[in-house]
Design a protein around this ligand. Structure first.
Ligand code: GDP
Ligand code: CO
Length: 403
């Protein structure tokens, strides 16, 4: 793979935010000797493979189409570990069982292993209770609903099986070719990071196709939610640094990857606020040169945030207006309630939401539920999860020679 390397970087405390990088060549194997250039980097297939072998791909899924799920499994490179965290319905049809079946068959034919757990598994809830990670549980002691909660379980499992990187892929991706590219981009991003143990790779889609009645296929550059979240996230960053910026273009990027060292240091916002809040959290905890708890844990490392633009378009399930509205609200609430926001920022954001009909004039912007970093719980989780893993490993009907 050949990529543009970012030429512009904003440094905010210990965080380096890199400008968007483009993919120039999806596959660069077979070329001659390389002429070194500064602006373009080639990542060999061996380097990609090296990083994919250290990566778990986590797929959060909730009642998606099985055909789409089945298609995207074919796109996850064989070297990656596969972890599916499902919050799908168990009745009247047990959708989780169907997902498990699809994954089982895939593992059987490809001779690979995968983990699948249900977010509402009582055993999982009990383990989380025992290790004291209460923020993931609701008042009844069950694991909370939400995509972020699923992703955290995925990260705990990735840590448990000894992976160094974790990449997220939504289960409603229609094009396996896009997913294949995303995972290779994750690996390329880590390969290019100066300190891959403390890096985050976020995908920017080249296009987001939509079918409209009026004009047929439209290839939009931005989703509606993303445009707004990016704008406000950049404003928040500007407030923090005093310089206007538009460096952030991947505020809502569901397709992203983190090194687990970094992943376990940061708090997460519940539900759909998780992606923008990752950046907010980095800025809040590591974004100033004042001594802080965050910087102490980071030691002398720096955090790199790479934004890489894919070549393939992103087509996912259209979940309708209410979904987009709740997503917008969940995303923006993490900015609104950030300690970096000031009164003027909050007022403008609130007014825009009211004007767009996303918030009632007397309504308050809900305070996001924040899930604390999983670092302090990771070892205890690993030590107690054996029974859960026994049930979660696939393929079920196949015993593998130990390796
Ligand atoms: P969007 O693509 O960001 O508009 O949001 P989606 O609704 O497509 O959600 C992204 C991914 O998270 C999809 O694969 C969903 O199936 C999955 N998802 C949504 N809610 C949950 C949840 O409560 N738990 C889990 N494990 N996954 C979820
Ligand atoms: Co989606």
């Amino acid at each position: 793979m050949r990529l543009e390397f970012s030429r512009y970087t904003e440094r905010v405390g210990a965080v380096r935010l890199h400008e968007v990088m483009r993919v120039i060549e999806l596959d660069s194997s077979g070329g001659g000797p390389e002429l070194p250039t500064l602006a373009v980097r080639r990542v060999s297939e061996e380097r990609l493979l090296e990083h994919m072998a250290r990566m778990a791909v986590v797929i959060p899924i909730r009642d998606e189409r099985l055909k789409v799920f089945e298609g995207l499994l074919s796109a996850i490179p064989h070297a990656c570990a596969l972890i599916v965290v499902s919050n799908s319905k168990r009745a009247p049809v047990d959708r989780f069982r169907l997902e498990r079946d699809v994954l089982d068959q895939f593992c059987y034919y490809t001779q690979r292993r995968a983990l699948i757990v249900h977010q509402q598994s009582p055993l999982l809830a009990r383990i989380l209770q025992e290790i004291g990670y209460a923020a993931l549980l609701d008042a009844e002691g069950r694991v909370r609903d939400g995509k972020a909660e699923g992703m955290l379980i995925g990260m705990l499992l990735a840590h448990t099986i000894g992976k160094d990187f974790v990449g997220f892929v939504d289960a409603d991706n229609y094009f396996p070719g896009s997913v294949y590219e995303y995972v290779r981009i994750f690996a390329a991003g880590f390969s290019l990071s100066p300190d891959p143990e403390y890096a985050m790779v976020r995908i920017l889609w080249r296009y987001k196709p939509k079918l409209t009645y009026a004009s047929g296929l439209r290839l939009d550059r931005w989703g509606r939610v993303s445009e707004r979240t990016n704008r406000y996230l950049n404003r928040l960053l500007s407030l923090h640094t005093d310089f206007t910026t538009d460096i952030i273009r991947t505020a809502n990027s569901g397709e992203h990857a983190l090194s687990l060292r970094l992943a376990q240091l940061i708090p997460y916002a519940s539900g759909y606020g998780i992606e923008p809040y990752q950046i907010v959290a980095l800025l809040e905890h590591f974004g100033s040169s004042q001594a802080s708890e965050g910087l102490k844990q980071l030691g002398d490392h720096l955090i790199d945030v790479l934004q890489i633009e894919s070549r393939n378009p992103h087509l996912h399930e259209n979940k309708g207006l209410p979904h987009i509205q709740s997503m917008t609200l969940q995303s923006l609430s993490t900015l609104y309630h950030s300690s970096l926001a000031d009164e003027a920022f909050r007022m403008e954001l609130r007014e825009e939401l009211i004007q767009e009909g996303l918030l009632g004039p007397d309504e308050e912007i809900p305070v996001p539920h924040i899930l604390p970093p999983f670092g302090p719980y990771a070892e205890a989780f690993r030590n107690r999860v054996e029974l859960l893993l026994e049930q979660a490993w696939l393929p079920a009907r196949w015993t593998w020679p130990a390796s």
